[in-house]
Design a protein around this ligand. Structure first.
Ligand SMILES: Nc1ncnc2c1ncn2[C@@H]1O[C@H](COP(=O)(O)OP(=O)(O)OP(=O)(O)O)[C@@H](O)[C@H]1O
Ligand SMILES: [Zn+2]
Ligand SMILES: [Zn+2]
Length: 831
């Protein structure tokens, strides 16, 4: 191959195509699909990723420039991931480089230099050493050598170098700014026992310690850290050095992985005997794995039904076939409790990927996967890109979670990516949830959906393990409480139940549903509310720092003492924050021990884990928090779950508001009574008749969803139609409107010319509608006004292509206007 097709890392429309580069001789055989390279681009030098190789160029050879440098010895992306990237860029309308970059660990994104080391315990025969023409000797000196330098210095040894890197006998590492190079440990590599015993004869009798060390190493003939050895033999490192001087051992610096879970012990766990229901649930998954069939399953199991055990045993099966597994869990649920369940079953074969690890830790975990040292990847959204080569199973736990959709470009949904990646590998996908997303449920039950999920199989786990009952749910009408003169935050039933649990020394989870619930400042005299001067958003009051902050742009100001508008002193903050609930708990139940978990108390690394451990060890009575406390927690002594302000998010301008409320309430209710002690749930609301709330009482997921689906069908919303939201932003409204209008008209005209719009169905719904432009729910952000168009479509219409075609035609006008456009295909957040 002489030509490489390269996608340069400039995320713009103009550069969103491959450029051809010559592969210089010294890099022949090294540049592959997925390689990261440095290339000249006009006057600049850019990073890029090779997406194709060819014998012939599309441009004249004389005009082509050579690749300047190869940035990694082993390509960080496989050909399969490059293909997946291409699919993502088409599916979510983003430049290919944006999709490809999203798959790389952060550590690889900056400028960095690659170094090569001998791996711990790696060995070379004399023949190989000779073959290497000095290369091995240079490497074995223990000093990291730059990959680029090696390639230049030993051009003949390229293939050897490559083979040893692939075999893991050599390692490539890079210096990461914040981690200051890799962690190394001075390690002793002893010669063969026979050679050691022979060497013994040459050591004077008085060098007792040296002799002792030799005997020890002859018996325990394996690499050992110098420090460890001096400890074992209670000797000094100079003793060990003298052995090295005699040529009986070798001391080398060996890189050590930064293992984020190194200090934790995971007691081994064996597969549980499955309940009959679990056995039935696992069967079709297993048979798909056995047959190597590419299938997608929805595992719909109520909270506490033992879904995790089903995942674990399916993974076990997958590993038995020598294939790999990816498990996605919501970021928030990646607690030690969850990680422990996987680590204790599969031990060191598990790599964990999430955002609370340092860049260096994440890079090490990623390498474990790529080098085949781990076969199970457990992680948040982006773990779907784990660099495995033979995936057999992908599990997505809590598949309804909104965090599986990335809100910035590439705006991919991990669920859809999972299905596509499984197709490329011939793998099985298991989507698990107690409250599946409507899209998923519809696809599994009726297969009438318009989404990518068609053709899915439905598996139910309708009961909890060991016949444990689902908790009883009581709904308290807060308006009645007010009528009875109770102005407190806690209704009488909830207060009584809390007192009861305190007396019994059982535990309580309190959820404050705060989505859409602003803790805003309002003047009671004139109604003035404090809003961000740059965004159309109320400021949020923060007690700790006594200031008001904008959660979108970070603007902050001092809490006003009097109203800036009418100077009245009756200005105060409204709404309920977790801090306020905490104070109120302390007042109402003297001596109560509360752990508060929200964004303010969990910013520090490890704090999330710390709180949960404290709660698990029963050093607190109440776990109080936002969404964070609703997911994945399994504590035996929790017998009461209280929900304050259940309806807070119901009024958000989002067609999924009631679905989300129902899911959240069901999930949090599921934290109660998961073990021997029965559970109880109390939900406080101002809207007790709302279906999202009443359905929780009967644990009636199916009823709720069936009714919700009818509504969605009437309105043509997902899963019976699809959406693309296009948001325009600019400092000036007229400019914004003219571009927005142009887009809407362009879409309508293009659709009409293709005969699409007239295609109404029996229900009176059009195949394609363009709504707007209208002011966005957040009308201004960071001093830019925002308008949006919603493309609503059904059936066979390829609205994505239409959208990108119209935007492309508008390209120059958009550039001149300075209007920023952001496209969200299948948006999850309507705000
Ligand atoms: N076959 C089994 N035998 C005995 N106990 C089991 C079995 N399967 C699961 N369990 C236990 O039942 C409890 C609930 O299981 P698990 O946490 O897997 O449920 P889940 O469906 O994942 O719940 P959620 O969706 O609410 O997080 C756990 O404590 C688990 O150890
Ligand atoms: Zn702001
Ligand atoms: Zn006022």
């Amino acid at each position: 191959m002489t030509v490489a097709r390269v996608i340069v890392d400039v995320p713009s429309r103009d550069t969103d195509r491959t450029f051809d580069y010559l592969i210089p001789d010294r890099l022949k055989g090294w540049v592959e699909v997925g390689s990261r390279v440095a290339v000249p681009f006009g006057p600049r030098k850019l990073q890029g990723i090779v997406t194709g190789l060819a014998e012939d160029a599309e441009v004249e050879y004389s005009k082509m420039k050579p690749i300047e440098d190869l940035l990694d010895a082993i390509p960080p992306l496989s050909a399969e991931l490059v293909e997946l990237g291409e699919w993502i860029s088409k599916r979510w309308l983003c430049p290919l480089t944006v999709a490809l970059q999203a798959m790389l660990p952060a550590a690889l994104k900056g400028r960095s230099e690659k170094y090569v080391f001998p791996a711990a315990g790696a060995d070379w025969s004399e023949e190989e050493t000779a073959q290497s023409g000095g290369l091995l000797l240079a490497l074995k000196k223990g000093k990291p050598l730059k990959l680029t330098g090696l390639l230049q210095q030993y051009p003949e040894q390229g293939p050897l170098l490559k083979r040893w890197l692939r075999q893991g006998r050599l390692e490539e590492r890079q210096r990461i700014e914040d981690q200051l190079s890799v962690k190394t440990v001075q390690t002793v590599f002893p010669e063969e026992p026979a050679a050691l015993l022979e060497g013994l004869e040459g050591i004077p009798a008085r060098a007792n310690k040296q002799r002792e060390a030799l005997r020890y190493l002859a018996e325990n003939n394996e690499p050992i850290a110098v420090l460890k050895l001096t400890e074992v033999l209670s000797t000094t490192s100079s003793t060990i050095r003298s052995l090295a001087d005699r040529g009986l051992i070798e001391i080398r610096a060996v890189t050590e992985d930064r293992d984020p879970y190194a200090n934790r012990e995971f007691p081994a766990s064996l597969p549980m005997v499955l309940t009959p229901k679990q056995t039935i649930a696992l069967a079709p998954i297993q048979s798909a794995l056995d047959a190597g069939r590419c299938e997608t399953f929805l595992l719909h199991g109520v909270t506490g039904s033992g879904k995790t055990e089903v995942y674990l045993q399916a993974i076990q099966r997958c590993l038995e076939f020598g294939r790999e597994a990816i498990v996605l869990v919501p970021e928030i649920a990646l607690t030690p409790q969850m990680v422990e369940r996987f680590k204790s079953r599969f031990g060191a074969r598990v790599a964990v990927l999430h955002s609370r690890l340092s860049q260096g830790e994440r890079y090490d975990e990623w390498r474990k996967i790529r080098e085949g040292r781990a076969q199970v990847a457990v992680g948040a959204r982006s773990a779907i890109f784990a660099p495995f080569s033979s995936i057999g199973l992908i599990v997505i736990d809590e598949e309804h979670e909104t965090s599986y959709k990335q809100e910035e470009s590439p705006k991919y949904h991990a669920r859809d990516v999972a299905v596509e990646r499984a197709r490329l590998h011939g793998a099985v996908v298991v989507l698990g949830s107690a409250t599946p997303a409507l899209e998923t449920y519809e696809a599994a039950k009726y297969d009438g959906s318009e989404t990518a999920l068609a053709g899915m199989k439905y598996i139910a786990l309708p009961e909890r393990v060991a016949n444990r009952p689902l908790p009883g749910v009581e709904i308290v009408d807060m308006r009645e409480e007010l009528k009875l003169g109770n102005r407190a935050m806690f209704s009488r039933p909830l207060a009584d139940a809390i007192r009861d649990r305190l007396a019994k020394k059982e535990q309580i989870v309190l959820l404050l549903n705060r989505r859409g619930y602003a803790t805003f400042v309002m003047c009671r005299s004139c109604g003035y509310t404090a809003a961000c001067p740059h965004c159309e958003i109320s400021l949020t009051y923060h007690r700790g720092s006594q200031n008001l902050r904008c959660h979108y742009c970070g603007y902050s100001e001092i809490e006003p003492k009097t109203c800036p508008s009418c100077e009245s002193p009756h200005i105060r903050f409204f709404g309920t924050g977790t801090q306020k609930v905490e104070e109120s708990l302390a007042e109402t139940f003297p001596g109560i021990r509360v752990i508060r978990m929200d964004v303010d108390t969990t910013t520090e690394k490890g704090s999330h884990e710390k709180w949960l451990t404290e709660f698990r060890e029963r050093r607190a009575d109440v776990l109080l928090g936002t969404q964070m406390v609703a997911k994945g927690l399994d504590f035996p002594y929790v017998t009461l779950v209280g929900v304050l302000a259940a309806d807070a998010a119901l009024r958000l301008p989002d067609f999924r508001a009631s679905e989300r409320t129902f899911q959240l309430l069901t999930q949090v209710a599921g934290r109660a009574g998961r073990h021997e002690l029965p559970g109880e749930v109390i939900i406080q609301t101002y809207d007790p008749e709302h279906e999202s709330i009443t359905s929780v009482q009967g644990h009636d997921y199916n009823g709720f969803v069936e009714r919700a689906l009818i509504l969605r069908k009437q309105l043509g919303y997902p899963p019976y139609g699809r959406l693309i939201s296009v948001t325009f932003s600019h400092e000036s409204v007229p400019m914004l409107l003219s571009i927005g209008e142009r887009f809407a008209i362009g879409m309508r005209e293009l659709a009409a010319s293709l005969g699409i719009r007239k295609d109404f169905d029996a229900g009176g719904l059009a195949a394609l509608e363009i709504l707007g432009p209208v002011s966005s729910p957040i009308a201004r952000l960071k001093d830019r006004y925002r308008f949006q168009c919603m493309v609503k479509y059904r059936g066979e219409v390829d609205a994505s292509s239409l959208t990108s075609k119209v935007l492309e035609e508008m390209g120059d006008a958009v550039k001149r206007s300075g209007v920023q456009i952001s496209v969200d295909v299948d948006p999850q957040m309507m705000l």
